[in-house]
Design a protein around this ligand. Structure first.
Ligand SMILES: *Cc1c(COP(=O)(O)O)cnc(C)c1O
Length: 327
């Protein structure tokens, strides 16, 4: 197990009440955990995973990192920043064609020194061998999966739950429900293992971001989460067995495809910005926050409960959607 992390962010991230929204949704008290403030080149949840992943790369003498994602990947941007700090060459493989103008996360990844490779087609599975074989023979490439979601990366969120527990104790807060965006599964796997170890009883309502793939009957993310948890259990000496039915996942807000901005995300971004002065992102937190507000409006969860939204970052992607967000 990797006990030592490579320090990349500022922790603990703030935990605070949303005073104005708690007045508007008066049946509930709302709190927010600010992982948009992790401090790594505009922050986000990948910072926590990368502290473990970069340490693993350095300890094993890897000198080039390869990772992948969408053009507006927050993960790729934070990986580029982490590599700059750690002095490792960074390659990111992004889907699609090179745009004329770099914007949002893509621009930041470029500024942070990542070598950006475009796949020029829409394949989701990327052939890393193709790219790594082009590297100089003397480079030892370390491959970070999409979203940094493997058992080592998930350890960052096991720590995050320890961090949360200390904050809840010192601020004397009890949380009943935790909402967050779930996409590649590492955050959720880490949170679930963290809750097990911390012996915290919080009901999770992870909002699935990506559209279901019908041929997989919509269980592909749960399977990925179980796989990461099963690997993670070994690192953490957890005995508990997990099956698909132990993995909570709300699939009511993922109808639009990944990265497609709808009136839902726009209304959530507006509501948090106008009432609390906090910015969400258009892909993940905008969708998840909309889901949370919808559950509150429809009183789908127990009244008089305390609710935490985990803000996982993503600010730079707003700029890619400048046009849609002005409507
Ligand atoms: C990657 C990301 C998520 C999802 O985290 P996973 O570990 O991939 O499930 C949520 N919010 C933002 C802003 C992200 O960049």
């Amino acid at each position: 197990m990797y006990n030592n992390k490579y320090n990349l962010g500022f922790f603990p991230t703030p935990l605070h009440k949303l005073n104005n929204l708690s007045k508007i949704y008066s049946d509930y008290t709302l709190f927010i955990k600010r992982d948009d403030q992790t401090g790594l080149a505009s922050g986000g949840n990948k910072t926590r995973k990368l502290e473990y992943l970069i340490k693993q790369a350095l300890d094993n003498n890897y000198d080039a990192v390869f990772t992948t994602g969408a053009q507006q990947s927050n993960h790729c941007r934070q990986t580029a920043a982490a590599c700059a700090q750690a002095g490792i060459e960074c390659h990111i493989v992004v889907r699609g064609k090179e745009p004329k103008t770099y914007q949002g996360n893509l621009l930041l990844s470029h500024l942070l020194g990542a070598k950006i490779h475009f796949t020029n087609d829409n394949r989701k599975e990327i052939d890393f061998n193709e790219f790594t074989s082009k590297l100089e023979k003397n480079k030892k490439p370390f491959i970070i999966p999409i979203g940094g979601s493997n058992s080592v990366g998930a350890l960052g969120f096991v720590d995050a739950i320890k961090e949360l527990k200390l904050q809840l104790t010192s601020q004397d807060i009890h949380i009943d429900y935790l909402f967050f965006a779930s996409s590649s599964g590492g955050t959720q796997a880490g949170i679930m293992l963290g809750l097990e170890l911390a012996d915290l009883n919080i009901e999770l309502i992870p909002i699935k971001i990506d559209k279901d793939e019908p041929e997989r009957q919509g269980v592909e993310l749960e399977e990925a989460i179980i796989e990461i948890m099963n690997e993670g259990k070994k690192l953490l000496n957890i005995e508990k067995q997990y099956t698909l039915k132990d993995i909570p996942l709300n699939k009511e807000y993922n109808e639009a495809d990944y990265g497609v901005l709808t009136s839902n995300e726009i209304s959530a971004i507006n509501e948090l910005a106008l009432n609390e002065g906090i910015l969400l992102d258009p892909v993940y937190t905008g969708r998840a926050f909309y889901g949370m507000l919808d559950c509150l409006k429809k009183k789908k969860i127990k009244q008089n409960s305390n609710i935490l939204f985990w803000h996982t970052g993503g600010l730079p992607a707003l700029f890619e959607h400048a046009e849609g967000l002005r409507k």
